[in-house]
Design a protein around this ligand. Structure first.
Ligand code: NAD
Ligand code: MLT
Length: 536
């Protein structure tokens, strides 16, 4: 990767704790530009390898497209609704976050909001400070014995559940992606969305803001709730429809709301939510603790450094994570996959349109406890790189989809003659298929063992001359003589045939390139069908 003065350049555009900044400064050139506009960011970003943000900076498609040398976007926190992850993936830019760093702080803030709401603490505080002594006006309700409904029982939701239970609350939750078993471990009953809405005295939201959760709680949902329900949102503005909430509070359906997040941040000064009685607000403080900010800054600095130095990254949102131990086990397969992809790309006839790309994993490799999409991704990356610039591990699957390729994987336990076999079969739009298989001998001795229908045993490295021919005398000798006459040394040779006198294949590892005129001479040898030089 290129970088100025051999150092990576990192831009930080939101507040980041010093511990993270120091770590980054030991590694690269760091610039801090808080509060830049989108237009200014588009200009600045062209010079940077990494961008680190919190929720304040909007990392739009435009910003990502302007980031011509951008390799990684780090989010010092969990929510990535301010980052266009899809655009980043298309452009092969890794997006990493620090999902666990602020979980406890966000859960504690939610509990603080729950109690503030039930005991009117902010309003009572304000009243006393302004000279009033109104005890009756600020009568509250206990949370003990009440039902807390949690929408989204992930990291924060689960921590809120544990704390609420210690207050004697009965906790129910709706989360379509969590099992009852998991919920039971923390004493939570999973119910349907409408049952949670209709049964709860307090409802707290902990889902991400994505297309499917935008305005998840609107007027219809408020209708289903108990009269006098109290709502807490420390997740994201936009999950609750704010105008519907204002109406539900005004009508008395909702007794109060505690909001840390808003559809627009900061909310406009005339937002009714800032002025209604019964609404407690904080300016997105869920993660604003010394502990959470320090942890998020350190985690994101580490992750960005790992991404820039091509080390496995734990919290990438658009890349599969493998720990270093597992990576060392699968590395030979990744290398083999890249060789198969590159070999296949060079052997398919020019102008073929590849419609299908199938990878089969047989034997041990098919049974290993690994996500084979990583290996298929490596193969796709090298295959597509032959035809297109800028393909990497992150965007290989997206680029394949854009090219209209259907990528499939299959796995099977048994394989004859080898302990593991990886086969790439590409199929063109007309239905013509070609397959190449590779294996490992020992730990990392890579071999191509099948080329189309021919059994061979070739080492995939350097220059390889691959000739198909009719299996007759006086073909192999003349080809070798031509190479010798031009000073090209043959390092290895493999011949495979289906049957005597039928079509055969010759794979020659040669120590140097073979120029076009020599290739033409080889193609003219009687009974040669075709000859190709590939470079692996
Ligand atoms: P998480 O991914 O661990 O949990 C989210 C849960 O929501 C998951 O279990 C998921 O299955 C569930 N979910 C998704 N769609 C759902 C739906 N339609 N209905 C019900 N459940 C659904 O995330 P997290 O770390 O717990 O964070 C939760 C939210 O809190 C995020 O929006 C995050 O950005 C926000 N957050 C805010 C602050 C803050 O400062 N206010 C701090 C931390 C996190
Ligand atoms: C998050 O998503 O991590 C929180 O909203 C906190 C933050 O923006 O820093």
């Amino acid at each position: 990767m290129k970088n100025r003065g051999n150092k990576f350049r990192i831009l930080i555009t939101d507040h980041l704790s010093n511990e993270g900044i120091e770590k980054l400064r030991e590694f690269g050139d760091v610039d801090i530009q808080p509060g830049v506009s989108e237009e200014r960011l588009k200009e600045l970003i062209t010079d940077y390898d990494a961008l680190i943000v919190r929720s304040g900076t909007k990392v739009t498609r435009g910003v990502i497209e302007a980031g011509v040398r951008l390799k990684v976007i780090g989010r010092a926190g969990v929510g990535v609704d301010n980052i266009d992850v899809e655009s980043a993936t298309e452009r092969g830019i890794m997006v990493v976050n620090a999902p666990e760093a602020n979980t406890i702080s966000a859960a504690e803030h939610t509990i603080a909001m729950l109690l503030s709401l039930s005991r009117n603490i902010p309003a009572a505080n304000q009243s006393l400070k302004s000279g009033e002594w109104s005890r009756k006006k600020y009568m509250g309700v206990e949370v003990n014995g009440k039902i807390l409904g949690i929408i989204g029982l992930g990291r924060v939701g689960s921590e809120v559940a544990k704390r609420a239970k210690s207050f004697g609350m009965q906790v129910i939750a709706y989360d379509p992606f969590i099992s009852q078993e998991k919920a039971s471990e923390i004493g939570v009953t999973l119910l349907s969305f409408s049952d949670v809405l209709s049964s709860s005295d307090f409802i707290t939201i902990h889902t991400p803001l994505v297309e499917s959760t935008y305005h998840l709680i609107g007027s219809e949902e408020f209708e289903q709730m108990k009269t006098g329900v109290r709502i807490i949102n420390c997740a994201r503005g936009g999950i609750i429809d704010e105008s519907a909430l204002v109406e539900a509070i005004k009508s008395g359906k909702v007794a109060g709301a505690a909001l840390d997040v808003f559809e627009e941040e900061p909310p406009p000064a005339d937002s009714e939510l800032l002025h209604l009685d019964g609404v407690v607000v904080t300016p997105h403080l869920g993660a604003s603790t010394t502990e959470a900010q320090k942890a998020a800054a350190i985690v994101i600095a580490d992750e960005v450094i790992r991404a820039l130095t091509n080390k496995p990254v734990r919290n990438a949102l658009n890349m599969i994570y493998v720990d270093e131990e597992l990576l060392s086990t699968i590395k030979p397969y990744l290398v083999l996959a890249e060789k198969l992809g590159l070999l296949s790309a060079q052997l398919i006839p020019e102008s073929s349109h590849i419609a299908e790309f199938n990878v089969s994993y047989e034997g041990e490799v098919g049974m290993m406890d690994i996500d084979t999409r990583l290996i298929t991704g490596a193969m796709l990356k090298s295959f597509l790189s032959w035809f297109s610039d800028g393909v990497n591990y992150i965007n290989a699957w997206v680029v394949a989809r854009k090219f209209g390729m259907k990528v499939t994987e299959s796995k099977s336990e048994g394989v004859e003659n080898f302990s593991s076999l990886i086969t790439l079969t590409v199929c063109d739009a007309g239905g013509a298929k070609s397959s190449i298989s590779g294996t490992l001998f020992g730990k990392d001795d890579l071999r191509i063992v099948r080329l189309y229908n021919h059994r061979i045993d070739a080492t995939p490295s350097g220059f390889m001359l691959i000739c198909s021919f009719i299996d007759k005398p006086r073909v192999i000798g003349p080809v070798c003589t031509i190479l010798g006459d031009h000073g090209i040394n043959i390092a290895g040779m493999q011949v495979g045939r289906e049957k005597a006198g039928g079509e055969a294949i010759m794979v020659l590892n040669v120590d140097s390139s073979v120029d076009a005129s020599v290739m033409e001479e080889i193609k003219k040898v009687p009974n040669i069908i075709d000859a190709k030089l590939v470079k692996l």
